[in-house]
Write a protein that binds this ligand. Structure first.
Ligand SMILES: Nc1ncnc2c1ncn2[C@@H]1O[C@H](COP(=O)(O)OP(=O)(O)OP(=O)(O)O)[C@@H](O)[C@H]1O
Ligand SMILES: [Mg+2]
Length: 166
């Protein structure tokens, strides 16, 4: 049996369908808004969420639910070919949600060239990065990590370094 804690990430939950994974994403986004954008624990820089784990593990599916949880109505597709997509966050004045996919990038230099450092500096931004391990060295120490394990055709295990508190 798999241990519940692996690489210091705790099991958030198991998901049995894409719908469930989207719901987990939605709940996660609401927790992020509640914790960091309601004045309780204001931050000096963007919220950065690094997604890692298996191919087809559900990173994009989770992100679709996450965007919904932020109140974004636009359909989220994987930004694999454009690296990054930007959406305004309705509840955060001048705040943007960035969805980045590092699957095809060679190194963190590619992200530097699209100005990721500036995006990270802005506390109104929320940034989700698929395949974030590839650019780990340029991400902030307090990056929220979420790992997706492919268990079988329908089942995924989702682990996180953050449990919804500051
Ligand atoms: N429980 C589940 N959670 C999420 N996706 C699931 C689940 N069960 C089946 N799937 C299917 O697995 C696939 C997950 O794809 P998705 O693009 O979200 O993964 P990904 O981690 O972003 O992949 P990639 O590594 O290519 O970026 C989809 O086809 C989805 O329908
Ligand atoms: Mg993906």
């Amino acid at each position: 049996m798999r241990p519940k804690v692996k690489n210091k990430r705790k099991l958030l939950c198991a998901s049995l369908s894409p719908r469930e994974t989207r719901k987990i994403g939605r709940t996660f986004a609401r927790k992020v808004l509640d914790c960091f954008f309601s004045g309780k624990h204001p931050r000096k820089q963007a919220i950065v969420i690094g997604l890692e784990g298996d191919l087809g593990g559900g990173k994009t599916t989770f992100t679709q639910g996450f965007a919904k949880g932020l109140g974004i109505e636009k359909k989220i597709l994987s930004p694999t070919f454009v690296i990054m997509k930007k959406y305004p966050i309705p509840a955060v004045k001048s705040g943007y949600f960035y969805h980045i996919d590092c699957y095809r990038i060679e190194s963190s230099k590619d992200l530097k060239s699209i100005g990721i450092k500036k995006l990270i500096k802005d506390p109104k931004n929320i940034i989700i990065i698929e395949w974030a391990k590839k650019i780990k060295e340029i991400l902030p120490k307090n990056t929220i990590w979420i790992r997706f394990d492919f268990v079988d055709l329908k089942k995924r295990r989702i682990y996180s370094s953050w449990c919804g508190k500051n």
